[in-house]
Ligand binder design. Sequence first.
Ligand code: ATP
Ligand code: MG
Length: 499
Amino acid sequence: MAAIGIDYGTSNSEVVYFDGQQHQFIKLDPSLEAANKIRSSVFIYYKDELPRPPIPMIEAKIAQLKRAISDKIEKAKEGYYQASDPKEQRIHSARIDELRAEYHNLPALQERAIELLLEDMTVQDLPLHQLVATGEFAFGEEGFKRYLKMPEKGRLIYSPKNFLGANLVSGQQEAFVGLIAKQLAFFRESAELQIGETVDSAVIGRPVRFHGTRGKEGNSQAIEIMTQAAKAAGFTKVEFLEEPIAAAYKIERTLDRHTNVLVVDIGGGTTDICCIKLSPEKLANLDRQLDVMSVTGTRLGGMECDKNLITKSIAVTMGHGMLMRNGLPVPPAYYSDMCAVDDIPKLNRFFSEDYWLDIANTKSLVKEPKLLERLQVVQEEKLSARLVNSSRLAKELLSSKDEIILPLHYIEADYDVKLNVDELKRSMQSWLTRVKSLVTECLKNSAEAPEMLFITGGMSLSPIVKKELLELLPGLPVMEGDAFNSVCEGLGIQAAKFK
Ligand SMILES: Nc1ncnc2c1ncn2[C@@H]1O[C@H](COP(=O)(O)OP(=O)(O)OP(=O)(O)O)[C@@H](O)[C@H]1O
Ligand SMILES: [Mg+2]
């Protein structure tokens, strides 16, 4: 029996098996040749027809059909009373009997109701739990490609982890348990296949605070969902470890003496920081909580930067800031709603017909309706996730280039947006201020000062982020390390202690 480390990230996930000597990364995505990670997004879709609509929808449709039959019965009764001869009366009477039989024939009504509902139902009308229970799953790049090719056939959950601490309405919690169970089962089976052993235990990384506005309650909900999902995925033993502490366990193996280290992990969904006493002599110790001098984290990740780059730069080319005839600007909420890929109710509202009408109305009130047409295409064709993903790519490219041209041809032919590093930096300002105050908070709570800095997580690859952190912590030596693998390798190290 083996135990693995699972870094279930907002943007990417990784799985590592540590045999006490070496780390073995589990290959999760066959379409990414060199990489160990997999996109955390999931596309749930239907190859052919949609499943049966949900029961309340069928019941409402049956009630509607029954009302229509009742009206017909009333009309036939009128005809019966107004009939001028017995022959005509018999015709009406037979019609009434026929309609009454129709009214009471529940199986036939049900069939008709389903038929009618399916005629104009889309995947978006299905509640998430039904989608999870009946749809097909596609993970990683394959899922994202399917979504790009046929978005109307399914639903892309861009970052399931982002929802775990959020306010979930009835049925959604079960839906996320089901969805994540499928991902974790896939990870477990991939690990078994690669290491040739049964995998029954895991140490799963967790942010200090899950993305969401519900504080403690949100965190317990997230852990509860992950625990249930892991059980359903076939794990019999599961532990959680804060992500920055996991990263610390990995770098501890590279130290030759006792060192206080400040670990800053800036990922796609959250920033997590800890100040911890590390030492080669403590490698084998099971419980390390006493060595953690302070730990903090919040929902400040790269995805927020992607959205800010849209609302602060890209959206200008979609009419953001334009004035209407009454002198007021086009509602700025259009653009934040457009980017709400981590808020299902908000995004569904954005995709609704009413919202389309609202934009259409605004379009008639501006000088350059063409710009708003781009917003309307994103709305109509449900391209929000694709646009946020383009913005992510732009942000990543601007880590190595000063200026780029971002093609958005899926919105409009020849629609290119020029972006430069200064614009990106401006759009990141408020985010950077919050990241820095989180670092300061962690330092304030730590009993001893750090002697080394370790920055990890995908956002640590941004020169803008790196520069700001180094300026905040002048003179603190920086440890070189990996931006993506440290957390997972640390989780693998912790998992190996299970035996
Ligand atoms: N070269 C780069 N320059 C800037 N940002 C980058 C670069 N490469 C990746 N990123 C960003 O890093 C983020 C993903 O980082 P990472 O994989 O560490 O997150 P995660 O572990 O999935 O999320 P979390 O730990 O918050 O749950 C994304 O926002 C991505 O755009
Ligand atoms: Mg991470």
